[in-house]
Design a protein around this ligand. Structure first.
Ligand code: XMP
Length: 327
């Protein structure tokens, strides 16, 4: 591998030229490391794993197999985008696993946030391991580890292995081509690799996905309300120039209903909470001041287009006291 650690004097990658130099260097390093062997990658569609996939496709083409696990908690259009970009456009070997039923069945009735996270993480590893065992002769596992992950794991803040914790029979050598990069550099590299802006400049999205935005026990109906309202929020933020400006924005549908009126009849339905925050490091966060006219428009669209929703609320709470996510 080219570099185990980020060189002290490394120039921050901010231009297409610097990105291209990094890409050329990594392609060469990966070709040397991998030779004619096979590589496996868990491709979530997030910036880091997408950039790793695009780099590996350039370096070793079809020696790479990408596995995209749909845990049923992804945002609207995400699995489709992964298939479109990597399978249709980049001609990657992509295994798409729709494991929605498996995840939602395991999560049924589970209310504790940390238990929900553990089930989602554990099931993810199981599904991925099952797919890995179906493939012959894979010796390498690629991961979208980035430099802050390494620093945080050294400080004991978090374990950095994204697809870590694989069962012992799956003993792969790691390929981590972006591990000396900061997030902003990964984006510049992704742009240079030709990935779509929607992927490169994506807002952060938690691993447990919409599961943490459907507080308490997840039901399919409430999850759909989260997914549909999130899609409307993202569409409206994009149309109104807020997409690249607001750090993170999403909707939450808590597990309570309130009385309302729809088509002249009593409607006992859910509320959608909108959250939009700005931060630099996610340790603290301030609430975005959404223009009132846009707020009214969002209320109208969400209450009219999302089944089972009769109210829309805005979360004015900074972090602290609130966290960014609800669970
Ligand atoms: P909180 O809610 O702790 O979130 O203020 C800070 C940032 O971390 C993201 N987040 C997660 N990301 N797995 C992840 O990969 C998780 O379990 C998780 N929980 C929160 C959150 O979206 C925000 O960007």
């Amino acid at each position: 591998m080219a570099n185990e650690r980020r060189p002290e004097n490394m120039v921050r990658i901010t231009t297409p030229e610097l990105a291209q130099a990094f890409i050329d260097e990594q392609i060469k390093a990966m070709q040397e490391q991998i030779g004619d062997k096979k590589v496996l990658l868990a491709l979530s569609g997030g910036v880091d794993s997408s950039v790793v996939a695009a780099l590996l496709i350039k370096a070793v083409g079809n020696q790479l197999t990408c596995v995209h696990v749909n845990h049923g908690l992804l945002r609207k259009g995400e699995p489709e985008q992964v298939i479109e970009v990597f399978q249709n456009q980049m001609k990657a070997n992509l295994v798409y696993v729709d494991a929605t039923d498996r995840f939602l069945d395991k999560l049924a009735g589970v209310t504790d946030p940390e238990t929900k996270r553990m089930i989602i993480g554990g099931e993810f590893i199981e599904v991925f391991a099952e797919e890995a065992r179906k493939l012959d002769g894979v010796e390498f596992l690629a991961q979208g580890t980035i430099w802050p992950d390494i620093l945080e794991s050294e400080k004991g803040i978090k374990a950095h292995h994204n697809a870590g914790g694989l069962p012992e029979d799956l003993n792969f050598e790691l390929v981590e081509p972006v591990k000396i990069l900061f997030k902003d550099e990964v984006r510049v590299v992704g742009k240079q690799l030709g990935l779509p802006d929607g992927m490169v400049y994506r807002q952060p999205f938690p691993g447990p996905g919409l599961g943490v935005r459907c507080p308490g026990a997840i039901t399919r109906e409430r999850l759909e309300a989260v997914r549909e309202s999130d899609a409307i929020l993202r569409e409206e933020f994009a149309k109104n120039g807020l997409e690249g400006k607001v750090w993170q924005y999403f909707t939450v549908v808590p597990d309570f209903k309130s009385t309302g009126i729809k088509d002249g009849k009593r409607a006992f339905e859910w509320s959608v909470i909108i959250r939009a925050v700005n931060t630099t490091d996610a340790m603290t966060a301030e609430v975005e001041e959404i223009p009132f006219a846009l707020m009214h428009h969002l209320v109208k669209r969400i209450t009219h287009e999302v089944p089972g929703v009769n109210r829309v609320l805005y979360d004015f709470t900074p972090k602290p006291t609130g966290t960014i996510e609800f669970e």
